[in-house]
Design a binder for this molecule. Structure first.
Ligand code: UD1
Ligand code: CA
Length: 454
């Protein structure tokens, strides 16, 4: 046996969050907190991962992670040492070195866990700990050392009783030599609050004079843990900073990074410029050479190359290349905007396709419609798609010209090259190359169209 395995501790109650939602399922930059440590283990080369869950979060954690990990239920929240002990049945004969990380510790980098393993193996340590000496929250455990630097234990904040503690915090991510660990876990003494602390293993290791090593993280935010919502906000801020940094290094310009928020699952293309107060959320993909913002929100959407989205909301939509929109327009779920479309201000599009090069310049609504190429939708044109009971479809064929303030009462079709006059209320289909005028609209032969044809 020379395998590695990992454990994520996600039992416990997370009471300091004051939330109905289990702590590890709160989202950070669009992804559940628990996905971060699981992913960290994977990227550090640990394939077999066991997640310790509580009876109250088991179901939701299982539905989040599925078959990708193994589960162990900790029936009572008796502390981190007790939580790890529960994994003995599935892990005892599985690996000779175990990585352990808190489910509420999302920022630890895979590279740090790997470096810690290098130290752990090369020094033949029994326990190795990620630490930071930066100024960190007071509720974290503190390393205690002898004058010669040897670790003598970890002092938990609740156990410190006002005694002076070191500045060096326990980051809550470890490697253990498995046979040593299994022999010790059941021996952890009960602490003041009736819990069995994983961190008591440090003192036990020191007393047995077995190897105990530490690795100082290069970036202190890596060890930020999340116990309450203030710490969560701090962790989210650090994650955002990391995400922004990565994209800027990939060639994305952010005019004001501090007001630019990009979720973890977003992809951005080179030479895209993001102006202030812009959020790009969910699994969104933005092409290259786009201009987003100021003041745009893009969620769960695909945006092609060279698009321009100014002060607008794009949700569940697809934009092909060279689309421009805004300020103040709104694409909703199922909007598919083909190449070269122009959407100006106060335009709303839902569950509709707008064909190549079509234009909708000023306030209007297109819902449940198929709009062809080269169509002009005049100011105030509306597809009246909802009769109070059902949604109905509208079709506007290529090259049609929808006059200002036209109401298209669905279901209705406007034929290729037809015109609707300003203010018309179109209740019946308009054949190709005709003119619809009036309320309700009458169909006429269009002089303009006849001339055009000649
Ligand atoms: C823990 C460490 C502390 C360290 C800090 C880093 C202990 C005793 N203390 O403190 O030294 O500085 O993390 O962030 O380990 N959990 C269970 N079952 C339980 C209790 C907790 O699975 O019975 C899980 C929690 O879901 C959590 C993780 O273990 O994800 C850490 O527990 P938590 O209570 O948050 O420990 P801290 O007080 O933050
Ligand atoms: Ca914690």
């Amino acid at each position: 046996m020379n395998g590695r395995a990992g454990v994520v501790l996600a039992g416990g109650i997370g009471s300091r969050m004051r939330s109905k939602l289990p702590k590890v399922l709160h989202k950070l930059c669009g992804r559940e907190m628990l996905l971060y440590p699981v992913e960290t283990l994977r990227q550090a080369g640990v394939e077999y991962v066991v997640v310790v869950v509580s009876p109250s979060n088991e179901e939701s954690v299982r539905s989040l992670l599925g078959d990708s990990v193994e589960y162990v239920v900790q029936h009572q929240p008796l502390g981190t040492g007790h939580a790890l002990l529960q994994t003995a049945s599935v892990l005892r004969d599985r690996a000779d070195h175990l990585a352990v990380i808190g489910g509420d510790t999302p920022l630890v980098r895979p590279s740090s866990l790997k470096s810690l393993l290098d130290v752990h193996l090369s020094r033949r340590a029994s326990m190795s700990i990620i630490v930071s000496s930066a100024d960190m929250p007071t509720d974290m455990g503190r390393l205690a050392r002898r004058p010669d630097g040897r670790v003598t234990g970890i002092v938990e904040a609740v156990e410190a009783n006002g005694a002076t503690v070191s500045q060096e915090v326990n980051g809550g991510a470890y490697w253990f030599q498995a046979s040593w660990l299994w022999a010790q876990l059941a021996q952890i003494p009960i602490a003041g609050r009736g819990e069995f602390y994983l961190t008591s293993l440090a003192e036990m290791a020191a007393q047995q004079e077995v190897g105990i090593e530490t690795l100082e993280v290069s970036e202190p935010s890596e060890v930020l843990g999340i116990n309450d919502r203030v710490q969560m906000a701090n962790a989210v801020a650090a994650l955002h900073g990391r995400i922004r940094g990565e994209w800027m290094r990939q060639g994305v310009t952010m005019v004001d990074p501090t007001t630019t928020f990009i979720d973890a699952s977003v992809h951005l293309g080179q030479d895209t410029i993001i102006y202030p107060n812009t959020m790009i959320l969910g699994p969104s993909r933005v092409g290259s050479e786009c201009t987003l913002g100021p003041g745009s929100v893009i969620r769960d959407s695909q945006i092609g190359d060279r698009c321009r989205v100014v002060a607008s909301h794009v949700e569940g939509a697809v934009l092909e290349e060279d689309v421009e929109m805004g300020p103040f327009s709104h694409l909703r779920t199922g909007a598919y905007i083909e190449r070269g479309v122009h959407l100006g201000n106060f335009c709303e599009v839902k569950n509709s396709r707008l064909g190549q090069g079509s234009a909708m310049g000023h306030f209007g609504y297109v819902g449940d419609a198929t709009v062809g190429a080269g169509v002009n939708l005049g100011a105030g044109a509306v597809t009246c798609n909802y009769d109070g009971v059902e949604h109905q479809n509208t079709v506007i064929e290529d090259g049609a010209f929808i006059g200002s303030d036209t109401m298209l009462v669905a279901p209705v079709r406007v034929g290729e090259g037809s015109i609707t006059a300003a203010g018309s209320v179109v209740t019946d289909d308009v054949p190709p190359a005709r003119l619809a005028v009036g309320v309700p609209a009458k169909i006429r032969r269009s002089k303009r169209l006849t001339e055009k044809k000649r």
